[in-house]
Design a protein around this ligand. Structure first.
Ligand code: C5P
Length: 232
């Protein structure tokens, strides 16, 4: 990496709490946030809108990955967008990318090796003068192998499905727990078994199992680790 700004990577499966933790940590430390899953989600949405199907149009999807305009409203960086918002060109896709269908489409485009190659430098470009908190599946293994702190945050698939269920019900959205469990298992399998950058902890990652932890407990543990590694 050409730049000495510190990087913290938080990898793990869907529903492990890594998105919440990464965004709180970035805010706390004054770092930029890279939500790499959102990159794959926006790309999946752009492919779908362009009528491109994973499997038959892989080259065209990889070409789209190189050029598609993706914008993030950042917590600590001067940005024209509301914090946490995600943009496809001039279209606010913050909600559209969060559906379970968009997640499934993201994991299909993410399994295309040429797509991962196309997004590699785009992800590294998020590292500017501030430090970076990068959240995803392969941040510690492939994208930022020299990160100062690598966390792999996990939880049992049942606990993750239950969190998702409560989140949806809380928003007044109908949900069926066994169906959510099945979808999560399917996504886990696709993410861990693909040949290109499969989801796995980096050898030097600290593994945290959040199955019986609250988000506050996880946050406290990771904040302590970050302060220790960054001497802050
Ligand atoms: O983290 P999130 O659920 O938003 O990610 C959506 C999908 O994008 C994941 O299921 C995974 O297939 C893919 N992804 C990936 N590599 C990353 C981040 C996400 O393959 N670094």
């Amino acid at each position: 990496m050409s730049n000495a700004s510190p990087v913290i990577t938080i990898d793990g499966p869907s529903g492990s709490g890594k998105g919440t933790i990464a965004s709180r940590l970035a805010k706390l430390l004054g770092f930029t946030l890279l939500d790499s899953g959102a990159l794959y989600r926006v790309l999946g949405l752009a492919a779908e809108r362009g009528g491109l199907a994973p499997g038959s149009d892989n080259e065209a999807i990889a070409a789209l990955a190189r050029t598609v305009e993706i914008g993030f409203g950042q917590p600590n960086v001067d940005s024209p967008w509301v914090e946490g918002s995600v943009w496809l060109g001039s279209d606010d896709v913050s909600l559209a990318i969060r559906t379970d269908e968009a997640g499934a489409m993201a994991s299909q485009v993410a399994a295309i090796p040429a797509v991962r190659a196309a997004l590699l430098q785009r992800q590294r470009d998020f590292l500017g003068e501030n430090g970076l908190v990068a959240d995803g599946r392969d941040m510690g293994t492939t994208v930022f192998p020299d990160a100062a702190l690598k966390v792999f945050l996990t939880a049992s698939v049942e606990a993750r499905a239950d969190r998702r269920y409560k989140q949806l019900i809380g928003k007044g959205i109908d949900a069926i727990l066994p169906a959510l469990l099945g979808e999560l298992k399917e996504r886990d399998a696709r993410d861990t078994q693909r040949s290109a950058s499969p989801m796995k902890p980096a050898l030097d990652a600290i593994i945290i199992d959040s199955t019986v932890m609250s988000i506050e407990q996880v946050m406290a543990q990771i904040t302590d680790l970050a302060r220790e590694k960054l001497n802050r």
